[in-house]
Design a protein around this ligand. Structure first.
Ligand SMILES: NC(=O)c1ccc[n+]([C@@H]2O[C@H](COP(=O)([O-])OP(=O)(O)OC[C@H]3O[C@@H](n4cnc5c(N)ncnc54)[C@H](O)[C@@H]3O)[C@@H](O)[C@H]2O)c1
Length: 415
């Protein structure tokens, strides 16, 4: 099929490259000149396992020119929906992209489907996207179709997840919209749920809110366990055998970050408040997560005074396998260390360049072994951190790196 993908970030670039690999003709649109240059020279502007190789196998070009989307049968909207400060999901990028698509629709002769993949609050596709598209003078359901098809890929495993989805959710304006989109997924071996637009939007937000709640839940149990001398990892293992609970997302630690969980749960809270319902569980999931990251500072202060002391930080990305630092716990922890007057030396195998843009004042080392410091905080569970020599060190571990237990003084965040 002829596909356009608007927004060549984590989701859009992976979607575009994977759909091209599946023999579709893909046009990518983005407005970021740095990204455009990088992708067109076959280098992914972001670190994602297998993406560089994929870009070299397929024929995808990116440009800011929306007229290149005129012959597309499906146009995916994959632009960012970042958080508005502690509030609803920002709809600025989606509004701008939809306005451009509307101009294209005006000139289009054939039926096409506009499929929103960006995560938005329930009602957004009907109340914002469709009215802008109809400014083209064309009618939804007659001249074009609309779907909301959420993306569930995990950063770090995005290419694998796109090609091997656990489920395909299609929120459809009408049957024809859903039928058209489904043609793209005909060779995927995954359950398909077809539903209406706002239900699909809610499925995405509720899924992320549930995952976040699972993490905050086990962190709370971990905080209790630490004080009772119980190993929360044993507890989680015992719980996980129950398939109503499952053993995933039960790794107690420093909490969740990234571009999705915190802002999606905040977006759901905002939507809920708009309709007059106070979502107490969801709010406490976020509150606990905010407190959890800073616990490593309190634990460190039990062993060393921070003023003027050099603290080594292992891990800056919000999780291993990515260079993404959006809402990473490391941001809050480094900020707090600097506030306490500590000197910070940091190492991450992938995320240093991104972190440097926000914290140019700290020192970065090129190898974890070069992190000579008075104490070490482990903030991301990169596998290589389990190979380091921690003997003689003070270590506060936010991620359960077993090897770090050999440290002179070892404190797990909740074990
Ligand atoms: N990152 C994830 O793991 C993930 C997973 C599932 C869903 N999502 C959702 O997918 C959406 C995209 O996330 P992302 O992480 O890929 O974001 P991103 O910020 O990495 O990428 C967004 C891209 O859109 C481009 N853009 C902005 N305005 C544009 C416009 N008017 N026209 C064309 N391009 C424009 C930006 O330059 C950027 O390259 C978000 O709604 C996010 O919540 C993300």
């Amino acid at each position: 099929m002829r596909i356009s993908v608007i927004g060549a970030g984590y989701v859009g670039l992976v979607t575009g490259a994977c759909l091209a690999k599946l023999a579709n003709k893909v046009t990518l649109i983005d407005i970021d000149t740095h990204k455009i240059k990088s992708i067109n020279s076959k280098a992914s502007p972001l670190y994602e396992e297998g993406l560089d190789e994929l870009l070299n196998q397929v024929n995808v070009e990116v440009s800011p020119d929306y007229t290149r989307t005129t012959d597309s049968e499906v146009l995916f909207i994959c632009v960012g929906t970042p958080p508005d400060k502690d509030g609803p999901i920002s709809l600025e990028q989606i509004t701008e992209a939809t306005k451009e698509i509307s101009k294209v629709l005006k000139k289009k002769k054939d039926y096409c489907v506009v499929a929103v993949k960006s995560t938005v609050a329930p009602g957004t596709t009907e109340e914002l996207v469709i009215p802008i598209l109809e400014k083209s003078g064309k009618r939804t359901g007659k001249d074009f179709g609309v779907c909301f098809s959420p993306e569930f890929l995990r950063e770090g495993k995005a290419v694998y997840d796109f090609m091997n989805p656990a489920r395909i959710i299609i929120g459809e304006y009408d049957k024809r919209s859903g039928d058209t989109l489904l043609k793209l997924y005909r060779n995927f071996n995954a359950p398909v749920l077809r539903t209406n637009l706002r239900t699909a939007e809610m499925i995405k937000l509720a899924s992320n809110a549930f995952l976040a709640a699972k993490i905050s839940f086990i962190n709370e149990i971990g905080n209790i366990c630490k004080n009772l001398g119980i190993d929360v990892y044993e507890v989680a293992k015992g719980m996980g055998y129950d398939d109503r609970i499952g053993n995933k997302f039960l790794n107690a630690g420093i909490g969740f970050g990234g571009s999705c969980l915190p802002k999606d749960i905040q977006g759901l809270i905002s939507k809920s408040r708009q309709i007059g319902y106070e979502p107490k569980i969801l709010q406490e999931v976020l509150n606990l997560n905010d407190r959890q990251a800073l616990k490593v500072i309190d634990l460190l202060k039990k062993h060393i005074s921070l003023k003027g002391t050099t603290i080594g930080v292992l891990g800056l990305a919000f999780k291993p396998g990515t260079d993404d630092i959006r809402d990473s716990s490391a941001l809050r922890v480094v900020q707090a260390l600097l506030k306490e007057g500590a000197k910070v030396k940091a190492y991450d195998p992938m995320a240093v360049n991104n972190f440097k843009k926000l914290f140019p004042q700290i020192e970065y080392v090129a190898r974890a072994e070069a992190l000579n410091s008075d104490a070490i905080l482990i903030l991301t569970e990169w596998p290589e951190f389990n190979e380091l020599d921690y003997s003689g060190k003070i270590v506060v571990d936010g991620r359960r790196v077993e090897k770090a237990r050999e440290a002179k003084i070892y404190e797990g965040i909740c074990w």
